[in-house]
Design a protein around this ligand. Structure first.
Ligand code: SF4
Length: 708
């Protein structure tokens, strides 16, 4: 007999969109995930992976108990308290012998969607005294940090998508990824509908991407530059805007320095030069620049396609420069960009935080002398931090909500490094690649098994909004909330655990809800009101405006073209030296069905289940390769056998694949792109970011490769 179905309200925590959902629960298990039509932000929208929330919670790959590796390499169940005690003992031994910098923490993307996990993981990490903090930020987004450090930041807020009349997206495909930029609240929720409605109200959408992506298909103007030439394209757009006087001289005069240097640096990057380097018609470059420059409101925002590509730091700098020279920021007296509900409201001021270049003073790694940026060492050097002999080499790594085995560049080096650790601890609800290599796997609660709120996601919402959810299904007995693992590990290690400014008593653990309440103490919505708002709460505009600058801000300016950025632009304008051997460029590709490696193992979720190399049909024909045939991709760093698929949306000369597929034991469908990337390829200064998109590759029919 069918038991009663209970419907509960919650929100999805697989990506920043945080869509409202209704869960039909039967016998304590989620049967269906439906969009919550009453949700003020998502309005009933969900994506394919969100709708498979039941499989992510109860599916066959879900770990329902923590595991430890035995001497013969198998994994066996272990109770969490025993695992914590063993991990604490082993960490203590490593620190006693080699010092705190032998311990590292790697924070993955999924960590960010649980409000309590990032502060708790960092609270434990601070107590270790180590400097070896890594995250996925330095795999796909650290150019944005570099820009803020070298250009500075305008503190008045950005113009918003809601009232924009022009928007430029470069290297990002929000219709698929749900992320239109860098936390700017641009295009995150229900992206295709949001973009269509914006165009209906008059917004002109410009998309720059070597592929006619799902987002580009909605654009008014699509520029498809040769992969890896984003910096040149952006310099060309700036050239036209400055040459034709389409910039905002008043904003530049008041808030920017280096306009003449920027003008000089892009002076030679005419539309004809862009056409030669980027393979985009000069008139299209000119037309896009004019549309963007003549728009009244709207920004340029970028994503991983740009941040993982060659010359990413200067390319990202030029995105910011486009916004600055066009004055796409809120002015004194304008309605302030304020989405803080649970977090502390930071008043907007019409002033600049000067470029700090704090990385010049950060902790220095012995690997290449690379310094920490914003408290983190770049993930591009993590494998070398483990493998390079030395007194403070990383011997113990704790991974939280991430999968470095699939995400780090140079796959074989990354696996060698992870296998060589004295202690690898992986906090993951699934048997990921990294978990398979771990000495301890801590199985945490999944999203619908834990209480949570949207504090960390506020900047991604288009309106001032917050939501709380309680745990809506009972977790398996053998799992633990991520935050609680870090709290218990700190307690077992005798370390203080500082959370939201207070040291917690290790003998008296709080509940998740108590900690969530503590996090909101400096917000503007009382916690009990948040908890009682079943579908979340829109918090009305209190009428704040951008305040005038403080006297001490006088003279602070955004640096448009410092010398090191100019040198990087000159470098980006040089022809690629390896074009002959590797005529194709392998670019990143997001898919709706997975967020990095989350989702790739859910049966039937990813169409076809694999990760083919998509190539323009003309290129396949020229190579004599049939659609669906096996090919070998070769790069300077490695090779990969993969199925080739014809794809009309790609520019000729481009190949696209999705990162984070593949399994160390051949258990997961698809292949891992990082077999083709290297830690030394096109490495950027400051953030040690190697080239992970627009990677030069050759395509060889598999039979020829095998014969040779
Ligand atoms: S877009 Fe999809 S994965 Fe992201 S929150 Fe919404 S349903 Fe979940």
């Amino acid at each position: 007999m069918r038991s009663e179905t209970v419907r509960r309200t919650s929100y999805c925590r697989l990506c920043a969109s945080s869509c409202g959902v209704l869960l039909d629960i039967e016998d304590g298990r989620i049967r269906d995930v439906l969009g919550d039509a009453q949700h003020p932000i998502s309005g009933g929208y969900t994506c394919p992976k969100g709708r498979r929330g039941a499989d992510l919670t109860h599916g066959p790959g879900r770990l329902t108990t923590s595991m430890r590796r035995t001497a013969d390499g198998r994994h066996e169940p272990i109770a969490v308290p025993l695992a914590v005690a063993d991990i604490a003992t082993r960490l203590r031994r490593i620190v006693d012998e080699h010092g705190p910098d032998a311990v590292a923490l790697f924070c993955g993307t999924q960590q960010n969607f649980a409000a309590l996990t990032p502060p708790s993981a960092r609270a434990w990490f601070r107590g270790t005294g180590s400097h070896k903090l890594f995250s996925t930020m330095t795999i796909d987004q650290s150019a944005k940090w570099v820009v803020a450090e070298r250009m500075g930041t305008y503190l008045g807020g950005r113009q918003r998508f809601a009232d924009a009349d022009v928007w430029l997206l470069i290297g990002t495909n929000p219709v698929v990824s749900g992320n239109g930029g860098d936390g700017d609240g641009a295009v995150v929720q229900n992206p295709a509908t949001t973009l269509r409605r914006a165009r209906e109200r008059g917004l002109t959408l410009i998309v720059v991407d070597p592929r006619r992506t799902e987002t580009a298909a909605l654009a008014d103007i699509h520029l498809a530059p040769r992969p890896g030439t984003d910096a040149v394209m952006l310099a060309g757009l700036l050239h036209v805007i400055l040459a034709e006087g389409l910039h905002d001289p008043a904003f530049c005069e008041r808030h920017a320095a280096g306009l003449p240097a920027l003008r000089a640096a892009v002076g030679g990057v005419t539309p004809a030069v862009v056409e030669r380097i980027c393979d985009v018609p000069a008139q299209d470059v000119r037309a896009a620049a004019r549309v963007f420059g003549k728009g009244n409101r709207g920004m340029a925002t970028s994503g991983t396609g740009l941040c993982m590509g060659p010359h990413s730091n200067v390319a990202e700098h030029l995105v910011a420069a486009l916004n600055v020279v066009c004055g796409r920021y809120l002015r004194e007296g304008e309605r302030a960009d304020d989405r803080a509900v649970l977090t502390r409201h930071v008043p907007a001021r019409a002033e600049v935080a000067a470029p700090a270049r704090a990385y010049e003073r950060g902790f220095r790694s012995r690997v290449g002398g690379v310094r920490a940026i914003r408290g983190e060492l770049p993930s591009g050097i993590l494998a070398d931090e483990i493998l390079e002999p030395g007194p403070d080499r990383v011997r113990a790594l704790v991974v939280s909500g991430g999968n470095p085995a699939t995400a780090l560049p140079d796959r074989s080096k990354a696996l060698r490094a992870l296998r060589s650790l004295d202690l690898l601890v992986c906090v993951d609800p699934y048997m990921s690649d990294t978990a398979r290599l771990a000495h301890h796997i801590i199985a945490p609660t999944t999203m619908y098994e834990r209480a949570d709120h949207t504090a960390i996601m506020e900047s991604f919402f288009p309106s001032r909004f917050a939501q709380f959810t309680s745990s809506v299904v009972t977790p398996p007995a053998g799992v633990v909330d991520d935050w609680r693992f870090f709290f218990d590990l700190a307690a077992a290690s005798g370390q203080p655990f500082k959370f939201a400014g207070r040291i917690l008593d290790p003998s008296s653990p709080p509940t998740s809800t108590e900690l969530l309440a503590v996090m909101t103490e400096r917000g503007r919505l009382p916690f009990d009101e948040l908890v009682s708002a079943e579908h979340g709460r829109l918090v009305g505009d209190s009428g704040t405006v951008v305040a005038p600058p403080t006297p001490e801000a006088a003279g602070r300016r955004l640096e448009l073209m410092p010398d090191d950025v100019r040198a990087e632009l000159e470098d980006a304008l040089q022809p690629s030296p390896v074009a002959g051997d590797f005529p194709f460029r392998l670019v990143v590709r997001r898919i709706r069905e997975a967020v990095n490696s989350t989702g790739i193992r859910v049966p039937g979720l990813v169409p076809g289940g694999g990760n083919p190399a998509r190539v323009h049909p003309d290129d396949l024909e020229r190579l004599g390769v049939a659609d669906g045939a096996q090919v070998v991709l070769r790069s300077a760093s490695g090779s990969l056998r993969v199925t080739a698929r014809a794809d009309h949306t790609l520019a000729r000369g481009a190949v696209s694949m999705t990162h984070c597929f593949g399994g160390v034991d051949g258990d997961a469908a698809g292949v891992n792109v990082n077999n083709l990337t290297g830690t030394l390829d096109g490495v950027q200064t400051i953030n040690a970011m190697p080239t992970l998109s627009a990677v030069p590759v050759a395509i060889v029919p598999a039979t020829e490769e095998e014969d040779s």
